[in-house]
Design a protein around this ligand. Structure first.
Ligand SMILES: [Zn+2]
Length: 359
C-alpha cells in the first residue's frame, strides 16, 4: 500500500500509515494484494462516460508510483463520482497526479477533469488538441493551461500539435500513446469526427497489458463488422498488431456498434473487456450494443466482460442514478492479474473477484 502525498521524496510519515490501514479496513479492495508492486487500474462508474484512475507500481518512474487519470466523467461538483472515489480511497486533496489525459472533448469525458485540476496538482495535462467550441470546454482549457504544481506551471500538451509526444519509459512499466488526433482525412464528420480525435493509450507491465480506446470508432453504425474505416483504420495502419495486443481492453465508444470492428478485435485479442456505460438513451437505444458484446464473445470465447452499467437496466436506473458504484478495479503485480468489481452499495458494498489470470 502506498501513501499519497504531495512530495514523493519524503519517507512515508506515520499519519500516512494509519490512513493506509484505514483504507484497507474501509475498502476491503486490496487486502490480499498489499504491496507497492501493483499496477492498479480503476474504472469508476460515472454512468454514461469514462473515468479511469491508474496507479503505477512504486519505483516505476516515481518513488510511490505514477498516478494517471484518463477522462473525468460527465459530472462536476458534488455529483462527480471520480472525485468521490478518489476521496474514498484516501487519495487526499492536493496530492500530485502525474498525467491527466482527456481523450477527446465530449461531455461524457472531460467535464469531471475540471474538478481534478481544482482538487489535485496535475503535473502534465494531455489534451487531444481537437478544436472544440462551447463555454464549458473553454473553461476547462483555461484551467488546464493555468494548472500548477506548487509554484511551477504544469505542462500542457495538445496531441494535434505534438503528435510524437510520449510519456517517459520506466523500467517494467511502459506507457505508450498509440494514437492522437491528426488532421488526416477519413476520420468521419460531426460527432464521429470528435470521437475519432480520441487519444489511445497502451500500458504494459511485465506479462500484462491494457489498451484504452477512448471513443475511437471503426465504422458507420449500419456497416458490417468486417468493414474498417475512420479511427480504427488509422490506428491499425499506424501500429503493428502485436503492439495493439492487450490483456485488458477498455472497449471503444462505450461498446457502440460504431467501434470494435473485427479487425480491431483480432489485432487486440483481449482476455478481459471493460465497458464504461450508463443508462443514457441514444435514439432509443442504450450502450453497449448487444451486437458488439456478441462479437467479442464469438471472436474471443471465454472473454471476461465487465461493465460499469452492471445490473442498471434490471434495477430500472436512469441517467439520474446510474452512477451507482459498479466500479471495476484491475490489479496486477505483473505475473498475475485480478479483475474485481464492486457489488451493492452503502454498508453492503463489497468487492468481488470476477476473474484471475496467471501467466
Ligand atoms: Zn463517450
Amino acid at each position: 500500500m502506498r501513501c499519497q502525498k504531495v512530495d514523493y521524496t519524503f519517507p512515508m510519515p506515520k499519519v500516512c500509515l494509519i490512513s493506509s490501514l484505514a483504507w484497507f479496513a474501509y475498502s476491503g479492495l486490496l487486502s490480499a494484494d498489499q504491496g507497492d508492486t501493483l499496477l492498479q487500474v480503476h474504472f469508476v462508474d460515472v454512468g454514461q462516460g469514462d473515468a479511469i484512475w491508474i496507479q503505477g507500481p512504486a519505483g516505476e518512474c516515481s518513488d510511490n508510483g505514477l498516478n494517471i487519470i484518463i477522462d473525468g466523467g460527465p459530472d462536476t461538483g458534488k455529483g462527480n463520482r471520480l472525485i468521490t472515489y478518489l476521496e474514498t480511497y484516501k487519495f487526499v486533496k492536493d496530492s500530485v497526479i502525474d498525467y491527466a489525459i482527456i481523450t477527446h472533448p465530449h461531455d461524457d469525458h472531460y467535464p469531471g477533469m475540471t474538478d481534478i485540476l481544482k482538487n489535485y496538482q496535475v503535473k502534465t495535462i494531455i489534451d487531444s488538441g481537437f478544436p472544440a467550441d462551447g463555454v464549458k470546454f473553454q473553461k476547462f482549457l483555461t484551467a488546464a493551461k493555468s494548472e500548477k504544481v506548487g509554484n511551477k506551471p504544469s505542462t500542457f500538451i495538445e496531441m494535434r500539435k505534438q503528435p510524437t509526444y510520449q510519456l517517459p519509459d520506466c523500467t517494467d512499466l511502459h506507457i505508450s500513446i498509440l494514437f492522437g488526433d491528426t488532421d488526416q482525412a477519413g476520420l468521419g464528420s460531426g460527432n464521429s469526427r470528435v470521437n475519432n480525435a480520441s487519444t489511445v493509450v497502451r500500458i504494459e507491465y511485465k506479462k500484462f497489458s491494457f489498451l484504452f480506446m477512448g471513443d475511437l470508432e471503426g465504422k458507420d453504425r449500419a456497416d458490417p463488422a468486417d468493414k474498417l474505416s475512420m479511427g480504427e483504420k488509422a490506428l491499425l495502419s499506424k501500429v503493428p498488431a502485436e503492439k495493439l495486443r492487450a490483456t485488458v481492453l477498455k472497449v471503444g465508444h462505450h461498446g457502440s456498434e460504431t467501434s470494435s470492428t473485427l479487425s480491431l478485435i483480432r489485432a487486440v485479442q483481449p482476455d478481459v473487456i471493460v465497458i464504461q456505460s450508463g443508462r443514457k438513451a441514444f435514439s432509443g437505444t442504450f450502450l453497449p450494443d448487444q451486437s458488439v458484446i456478441d462479437r467479442y464473445k464469438k471472436e474471443r470465447p471465454g472473454v471476461t466482460i465487465v461493465r460499469t452499467d452492471e445490473g442498471d437496466e434490471q434495477q430500472g436506473l436512469d441517467t439520474t442514478n446510474d452512477a451507482d458504484g459498479d466500479d471495476i478495479a484491475i490489479l496486477t503485480d505483473g505475473d498475475s492479474l485480478r479483475v474485481r468489481q464492486a457489488r451493492l452499495s452503502g454498508s453492503k458494498r463489497q468487492w468481488v473477484t470476477v476473474k484471475k489470470l496467471q501467466k
